[in-house]
Design a protein around this ligand. Structure first.
Ligand code: PEP
Length: 256
């Protein structure tokens, strides 16, 4: 079953206008297969500039624009929030939802995450839904329970059929920004669990959902990770801020 392969860059609260410019110019030199999408998710003040640079370099379609968060509300008195409509107006196509930093620091619950996914889908944005267990949860063999309890509220809210337009990023919290990566076997095993969990609700949808791995992916470990049958690309943090590393990670999708 051919699925879309995606390499998404999560710049978090890093980067600047120079990086936007340099990254886009450098990615112009990278040739990727047609089934591969590269998504760059900068901080929201840089979204317009990214849109501009991508279009200047005639890379529309080759580089997709993503946001790092979105409000579950349509509009109104929500200081500091960004609506789906605002993202649409900026030609944003993807949005990261439920990143562990938002769940942890900003106390986003799985119910709120589900509402955000629904808002994004209603606006035609593709959610990159992040799920993942903590180190303690992995150590006490609760990984599958945690992943299921993060996925089920979203399935209940939007319905499994809508997952055809959802990308899932499995990001073990203990691997994010720590330099500790899940082994390719562990990542594959967990991705297989996620796909089987979705398949219990709808087998054909489950077969089509891109499952990205995230957590200290770099130029040295990406080939082995991307070679796994249920790993359809990656959500890349730290290494996506370094042009050469990110290019190498994009190129590791060859053969997917
Ligand atoms: C992330 O924040 O989504 C991430 C995977 O970060 P890093 O690659 O730095 O671990």
């Amino acid at each position: 079953m051919a699925r879309r392969t995606i390499v998404a860059a999560n710049w978090k609260m890093n980067g600047d206008l120079t990086l936007v410019d340099t990254m886009v110019k450098n990615l112009k030199t990278v040739e990727l297969q047609d089934n591969v999408s590269v998504v760059i998710c900068p901080s929201s003040p840089y979204l317009s500039s990214l849109v501009e640079k991508v279009s200047e370099q005639a890379l529309n379609g080759a580089i997709c624009i993503g946001a790092q968060n979105v409000s579950e509300h349509e509009y109104g008195a929500y200081t500091g929030e960004i609506s789906t409509q605002m993202l649409q107006e900026l030609s944003v196509e993807f949005v990261i939802i439920g990143h562990s930093e938002r769940r942890g620091y900003y106390k986003e619950t799985s119910t709120q995450v589900a509402h955000k996914v629904k808002a994004a889908l209603n606006a035609g944005l593709t959610p990159i839904l992040c799920i993942g267990e903590s180190e303690a949860e992995r150590a006490t063999e609760q990984t599958e329970f945690v992943l299921a309890s993060q996925l089920q509220p979203v399935i209940d809210e939007v319905g499994i059929e809508k997952f055809i337009d959802v990308v899932i990023a499995y990001e073990p919290v203990w691997a994010i920004g720590t330099g500790k990566t899940a082994s390719s076997e562990m990542a594959q095993e967990t991705h297989q669990f996620i796909r089987q969990f979705l398949a219990k609700a709808n087998e054909s949808v489950a077969a089509k959902v891109p499952l990205l791995y995230g957590g200290s992916v770099n130029a040295s470990n990406c080939n082995e990770l991307f070679a796994q049958v249920d790993i359809d690309g990656g959500l890349i943090g730290g290494a996506s801020l370094q042009v050469e590393q990110f290019k190498a990670i994009c190129l590791a999708t060859k053969g997917k």
